[in-house]
Design a protein around this ligand. Structure first.
Ligand SMILES: C[S@@+](CC[C@H](N)C(=O)[O-])C[C@H]1O[C@@H](n2cnc3c(N)ncnc32)[C@H](O)[C@@H]1O
Length: 222
């Protein structure tokens, strides 16, 4: 199994020898790669729909991993039991949908459970959900595929809600990274807010907070 850079970056965050769940698995590429490379022994590949789960079945059967990868219909983690899995990836879905899984799955509030989240949208809202619900973001990486940048968040339950600023929600842990993709992502964010600021200034609108934010974001420019 050869993964694209985005799925590879997710695979690199999976802890070894745990039971893995891939939520919204579609073709089950991730669990198949992890089993094939001996990173995990057992996985549950889950999806909301029968069609994607049929795709997953085809991949799992063709690799001969039917004894190691279980297929399961599930809306988020609704059809999972507590203590069934420790490593959980949720990739390729919107940040608000991922947030809703976290908010309604109470057993995720366990420090043995590790979340690897790759939101396609609403990254800031997802970070807020994690902070508000007592999760700590211990790592964030940026992957690039077809000229698109993706954020991957690694988080575990800690207990206390984390205090955060608006800037924390926007940049997460990326300023701590030294790699080029993180720097590129931070530049992209800076440009987005800088353009907003210019538009407000041109319209003679109040922009003190935004000006401050852009000033803070400028610290991480290439
Ligand atoms: C864009 S694909 C992502 C596939 C794979 N995770 C990846 O990142 O390449 C999104 C998948 O999530 C599934 N999905 C959407 N909503 C879901 C939900 N509420 N619970 C579980 N899976 C869901 C879709 O059926 C689809 O297979």
């Amino acid at each position: 199994m050869k993964l694209d850079s985005r799925l590879m970056a997710i695979a690199n965050l999976v802890r070894k020898d745990k039971i893995f769940a891939d939520i919204g698995t579609d073709h089950a590429y991730l669990p198949v790669y992890l089993v094939e490379n001996g990173i995990i022994q057992k996985a549950i590949a889950a999806d909301l729909r029968v069609g994607p789960l049929d795709n997953a079945k085809e991949t799992v059967v063709s690799y001969g991993f039917t004894d190691k990868i279980e297929l399961r219909l599930s809306d988020g983690l609704d059809n999972f039991m507590e203590n069934e899995v420790q490593e959980i990836a949720v990739a390729g879905m919107g940040g608000l949908l991922i947030s809703s899984f976290i908010e309604r799955t109470k057993w995720l509030k366990n420090s043995d459970v590790h979340l690897i989240l790759q939101p396609m949208t609403h990254v800031e809202e997802l970070r807020k959900t994690l902070f508000d619900n007592g999760f700590v973001i211990d790592n964030e990486v940026v992957a690039e595929d077809d000229d698109k940048l993706y954020i991957i968040i690694s988080a575990c339950y800690y207990g206390d809600a984390t205090a955060f600023t608006h800037l924390d929600l926007i940049v997460g842990r990326l300023p701590l990274n030294q790699d080029e993709l993180s720097k590129k992502y931070l530049s992209k964010i800076y440009n987005k807010y800088y353009k907003k600021l210019v538009a407000l200034k041109n319209a003679n609108k109040e922009c003190t907070d935004l000006e401050k934010l852009v000033g803070e974001l400028s610290k991480w420019q290439l």
